[in-house]
Ligand binder design. Structure first.
Ligand code: ADP
Ligand code: MG
Length: 147
């Protein structure tokens, strides 16, 4: 109902869940950005487009979940960009458009199960974002920030 949802904010340090070690780093938004989200948006996994600073626009998968760091009373919003970056980009401005929903949050029995679920999410995002109606949003003026 809230989609597509456009959002921009600084990338902050997460709570080191070790996503990077799994090969799936997630860029975390600051608390203020998370609080500006519609409070009734469903938790779960989404797909869309993302861009760092005024760089290229890439496919992404995003998770909206409960933040264990704040005893699960606050949400966290984390973006995994489907692109290999040379360097980390903490402190930079991340712009995203959230386009569609993939699945609810789940608990996994094993790390392998988690990783394979995320690989499925990435595949689904890849497929969906190639649809013409979604490719259109990649070119949205939202991503062309003024200098
Ligand atoms: P943290 O707990 O600090 O969020 P992560 O292990 O989730 O640590 O790694 C996230 C960081 O990795 C991002 O803030 C960003 O600087 C960097 N990074 C590098 N490549 C990517 C990518 N493809 N998608 C998201 N973040 C990336
Ligand atoms: Mg993270």
């Amino acid at each position: 109902r809230h989609l597509p949802y456009f959002c921009r904010g600084e990338v902050v340090r997460g709570f080191g869940r070790g996503s990077k070690e799994l090969g799936i780093p997630t860029a975390n938004f600051s608390e203020q950005v998370v609080e500006s989200f519609p409070s009734d948006i469903s938790t779960g996994i989404y797909y869309g487009w993302a861009c760092v600073g005024n760089g290229d626009v890439h496919k992404m998968v995003l998770s909206i979940g409960w933040n264990p760091y704040y005893k699960n009373v606050k949400k966290s919003v984390e973006t995994h960009i489907i692109h290999t970056f040379k360097e980390d980009f903490y402190g930079e401005i991340l712009s995203i458009v959230i386009i569609g929903y993939i699945r609810p949050e789940k608990n996994f029995d094993s790390l392998d199960a988690l990783i394979s679920a995320i690989q499925d999410d990435v595949e689904e995002a890849n497929r969906k974002l190639d649809l013409p109606e979604h490719l259109k949003l990649k070119e949205d003026n939202f991503f062309h920030m003024p200098e």
